[in-house]
Ligand binder design. Structure first.
Ligand SMILES: O=C(O)c1cc(=O)[nH]c(=O)n1[C@@H]1O[C@H](COP(=O)(O)O)[C@@H](O)[C@H]1O
Length: 235
């Protein structure tokens, strides 16, 4: 199956595999990728990834590993051994942790994209400062993206509000995967650094992670079609 050209990654944030696969079966693997995150993976484990691979999807395994270098490198290798398209770690785990993970994939010749979360899109400046980070979310994202690039990873998770700056700072080829995507009509919920799908693409995001705007919609496929239409109008 050829890789989808679409930047869309649909977050299958469900508590059971049946619900996740019900949506997956309505989606077209030629038109989007899917993300398996902490809730679904903790409930059902690798069978979720296997079921999605059997349906032809490229899978982003979003477990945001954050631990000592040896442990994270092993976890990243385990994810790549499942054949996932993308896996992530927390950039705040530091340079040695990220380097060990990238080196482990390179040594094994595994082609899974390895990216790092900079500052969670649910955090605004004030909340970030409560954790001991002085300065703005943007400054911290810039710092961690630079560290991620230097550590040999393929890109970052950031908010679309930082995409333009990171394209400038880290180069166009460095992936900018952006959650916190909200169509104009949707509330922000627990997210803080949000943007609409078309504004995010205009800002330079390479991929858009979309969860509840589709999964919690009364008609998920209509919600997705609306997003696809707004993106098509741009091109
Ligand atoms: O790594 C992620 O995917 C991620 C990083 C981040 O900073 N913010 C963030 O929301 N995410 C994930 O992206 C998805 C966003 O979901 P919605 O807010 O429902 O669109 C969730 O699965 C989050 O776990």
């Amino acid at each position: 199956m050829p890789a989808p050209e679409s930047p869309l990654i649909i977050a299958l944030d469900y508590a059971d595999l049946g619900a996740a696969l019900q949506l997956a079966d309505a989606l077209d693997p030629a038109r989007c990728r899917v993300k398996v995150g902490k809730e679904l993976f903790t409930r059902v484990g690798p069978v979720a990834v296997e079921a999605l691979h059997r349906r032809g999807f490229q899978v982003f395994l979003d477990l945001k590993f954050h631990d000592i270098p040896n442990t994270v490198a092993g976890a990243v290798e385990a994810a790549a051994d499942q054949g996932v398209w993308m896996v992530n770690v927390h950039a705040s785990g530091g340079r040695r942790m990220m380097e060990a993970s990238a080196e482990r994939l390179a040594k094994r010749g595994l082609e899974t994209h390895l990216i790092a979360v900079t500052v969670l899109t649910s955090m605004a400046d004030g909340e970030l400062q409560e954790t001991g980070v002085s300065g703005s979310a943007l400054a911290q994202v810039e710092r961690l993206a630079t560290l991620t690039l230097e550590s040999g990873l393929d890109g970052v998770v950031c908010s679309a509000r930082e995409s333009a700056r990171l394209r400038e700072l880290c180069g166009a080829g460095f992936l900018r995967v952006t959650p916190g995507i909200r169509p104009a009509s949707a509330g922000q919920g627990d997210q803080r650094r949000v943007m609409t799908p078309d504004a995010a693409m205009a800002a330079g995001s390479t991929h858009l992670v979309i969860g509840r705007a589709v999964t919690q919609a009364a008609d998920p496929m209509a919600a997705l079609a609306d997003i696809e239409r707004t993106l098509a109008r741009r091109s």
